[in-house]
Design a protein around this ligand. Structure first.
Ligand code: UDP
Length: 499
C-alpha cells in the first residue's frame, strides 16, 4: 500500500462510526469519498468489524486511497459483554444492549493514544457518529473541530427535534394515540409508540440526552441525504433547529461505481455473485421484488411463513433475504424450524424466487434493472439506496427512525405502499423465535406487494416519481451537483482548520 500519510498536506479526518452495519457502511463510503476528494482519513474500527470488511479494505489499499483503518480493541470485558460482541448485529439479547452502548466511551483512551503517536499525522477534524458523543472531549483536547455524522433522514431528525422542543410526547398519555406532527408542510400522523424511543431514551438509559448534548456541542453536522430530496426539512433543520453548518453529502452508496465495491459492502455476501447476476439477468425489467429487513431486525418464525406464503401466492418473482435462516446462525441459535420450512419453501418456489440465507449484496441487487420493488424495514440506508436506484418500496418499519421514514416514503415522497404495521416490536433485539411483533397476515403482505408491483395508474405514478428522485440523486453526486459541492466544502472546512 502506498502510504500517503507522511508529509501530507491533505486535511486529516478522523472518522469514528458506530459499530453497526447501518452506520459503518455509509461511514466507509464517506471515508472513500473524502479521500478521493483530497483528504486523508483515519477510520476507527475494531478487529471483528475490520475482518468483515477485509475485501473492501484490501481494495482501498490497492487503490492507494489514503485511508488508514485503525483497529482499537473493543472494551467488551470492561463492559461485561461477550468477547466477540463488537457490532450491533452481534448482540443476541436485549440485556446486552445497554452494556454495549456503555462500552463505546471506553474506547476514548485508545483513540487519544493513537492520535498522540508521532507516526500519526496531526488530526484536523473528527467526524463521529452521534452515538460517540464522548468524542467531544477528544476534539477539545486536540483543539480541533468535531462534526456529528447522521446516517438518518433529515426528515426524521427534524421531526424528533420538533417533538422534543415542544415536549409533545410528555403531553400524550396514551402510547397508542395517533397525533399530527406540528409545523410540518404536509400532514404527518404518527402514533406515540412509534416515535417514543426515537425521541427519548428507553427507561434506564440516558443515551438520547447524550446525543443531543453531543449534537449541541458539535461544530457542524454531516448527513447522508441530498438537498433535492427533502429541501424543506434540510432547510428547517439547518435554520430553525440546529443553527449551525449542515453538510448533506449523499446518497453515499452512489460512490460505489464498481460492482465489486457494491458487492463487498458490510459483510461478505452469502450468495455467489455469478449465480445472482445470472438469475437477475434472466428476469424482465422491473419484474422482481427484493424483500429484506436490514441488519438488525429479525422476523419470528410465524412472520417468516406469512411472508413466504404471500410471495408464493403473488407469483411475482422475488429475491428474499432471510438472515434468520443463515444456516450457521440458525444452527447456533437453534432455529431449526425456520431452516426446515425455508428448505421446503425454496423447493416449491424454485422457478420464481431466489432465497438468500444471510447477507445479500443489497446495492448490487437494487441497482439491477430487473428489480422493480423493495419490501424494506425503512432503515435509512436501505430507503436511500432504493431511492438512488429509482425503486419504489413496500414499507414495513420496526423501530428507531423507521416509522418516520415510512411516513416520508409514503406521505412526503409518495414512492411507497405501507404494509400496514402500526406497532414497534416489544424489543429492539429479538432472539430467534421471540414473538415481539404482531404478525402481519399473508393477505396483507400479498396485497401490498401486488399494489406496488402492479400496472395501475397509482403504481406507475410511484415508479415515475421514484425514478425522478433517482436521477436527482445521481446528479447530486456528480461533479457540480449539490452533494459534490458540499463534500468539497467539507474538505475545505477541515483544511481551513489545519495548522
Ligand atoms: N445490507 C446489505 N445486505 C443485507 C442486509 C443489509 O448489504 O443482507 C446493507 C444495506 O444495503 C444497508 C445496510 O446494510 O446499507 C442496512 O442499513 P439500514 O439503515 O437500512 O438498516 P439497519 O440494518 O441499520 O437496520
Amino acid at each position: 500500500m502506498k502510504d500517503s500519510f507522511n508529509a501530507n498536506p491533505r486535511p486529516h479526518f478522523v472518522i469514528v462510526p458506530l459499530m453497526a452495519q447501518g452506520h459503518m457502511i455509509p461511514a466507509v463510503d464517506m471515508a472513500r469519498l473524502l479521500a478521493d476528494g483530497g483528504a486523508t482519513i483515519s477510520f476507527i474500527t475494531t478487529p471483528i468489524n475490520a475482518a468483515r470488511i477485509r475485501p473492501i479494505i484490501d481494495r482501498i489499499h490497492n487503490s492507494a486511497l489514503p485511508i488508514r483503518f485503525i483497529e482499537l480493541r473493543f472494551p467488551s470485558a470492561e463492559a461485561g459483554i461477550p468477547e466477540d460482541c463488537e457490532n450491533f448485529d452481534l448482540i443476541t439479547s436485549e440485556n446486552l444492549l445497554k452494556p454495549f452502548v456503555e462500552a463505546l466511551p471506553l474506547l476514548c483512551p485508545q483513540l487519544e493514544s493513537y492520535l498522540q503517536q508521532s507516526s500519526t499525522p496531526k488530526p484536523d477534524c473528527i467526524i463521529a457518529d452521534n452515538w460517540h458523543y464522548w468524542t467531544v472531549e477528544v476534539a477539545r483536547k486536540f483543539g480541533i473541530p468535531r462534526l456529528v455524522f447522521h446516517g438518518q433522514s433529515c426528515f426524521s431528525i427534524y421531526c424528533s427535534t420538533v417533538l422534543r422542543r415542544r415536549k409533545m410526547l410528555d403531553e400524550i398519555e396514551d402510547d397508542f394515540q395517533v397525533f399530527e406532527l406540528p409545523e410540518m408542510p404536509e400532514k404527518i400522523e404518527v402514533m406515540k409508540a412509534q416515535v417514543r424511543r426515537w425521541v427519548d431514551s428507553p427507561d434506564g438509559y440516558n443515551i438520547r440526552q447524550m446525543f443531543y448534548a453531543g449534537e449541541a456541542a458539535a461544530d457542524g453536522i454531516v448527513i447522508n441525504t441530498f438537498d433535492e430530496l427533502e429541501p424543506w426539512y434540510i432547510d428547517s433543520y439547518r435554520k430553525k433547529a440546529i443553527g449551525k453548518k449542515v453538510w448533506t453529502i449523499g446518497p453515499l452508496s452512489l460512490y460505489n461505481k464498481h460492482v465489486e465495491d457494491r458487492a463487498s459492502r458490510g459483510k461478505p455476501s452469502s450468495i455467489d455473485g455469478g449465480v445472482l447476476l445470472q438469475w437477475l439477468n434472466g428476469k424482465t425489467s422491473n419484474s422482481v421484488i427484493l424483500v429484506s429487513f436490514g441488519s438488525i431486525s429479525r422476523n419470528a418464525f410465524p412472520q417468516i411463513i406469512e411472508i413466504g406464503y404471500a410471495l408464493e401466492a403473488s407469483k411475482i418473482p422475488f429475491i428474499w433475504v432471510v438472515k434468520e435462516a443463515d444456516s450457521a446462525a440458525a444452527a447456533a441459535v437453534g432455529d431449526i424450524e425456520t431452516d426446515k420450512w425455508m428448505s421446503e419453501f425454496e423447493e416449491r418456489t424454485r422457478l420464481t424466487g431466489l432465497v438468500i440465507r444471510g447477507w445479500a449484496p443489497q446495492s448490487v441487487i437494487l441497482s439491477h434493472e430487473a428489480v422493480g420493488g423493495f419490501m424494506t424495514h425503512c432503515g435509512w440506508n436501505s430507503t436511500l439506496e432504493a431511492i438512488a436506484a429509482g425503486v419504489p418500496m413496500v414499507t414495513w418499519p420496526r423501530f428507531g427512525d423507521q416509522f418516520l421514514n415510512e411516513r416520508m416514503v409514503v406521505d412526503v415522497l409518495k414512492v411507497g405502499v405501507a404494509v400496514g404495521v402500526k406497532l414497534p416490536p416489544t424489543k429492539v433485539v429479538m432472539a430467534a423465535g421471540e414473538k415481539g411483533l404482531r404478525v402481519v397476515r399473508r393477505e396483507e403482505v400479498e396485497e401490498a406487494v401486488r399494489k406496488l408491483m402492479g400496472r395501475g395508474e397509482e403504481a406507475e405514478e410511484r415508479r415515475k416519481r421514484v425514478r425522478e428522485f433517482g436521477v436527482m440523486a445521481s446528479k447530486a453526486m456528480e461533479d457540480g451537483g449539490s452533494s459534490f459541492h458540499n463534500l468539497k466544502d467539507l474538505i475545505n472546512f477541515a483544511a481551513s482548520h489545519s495548522t
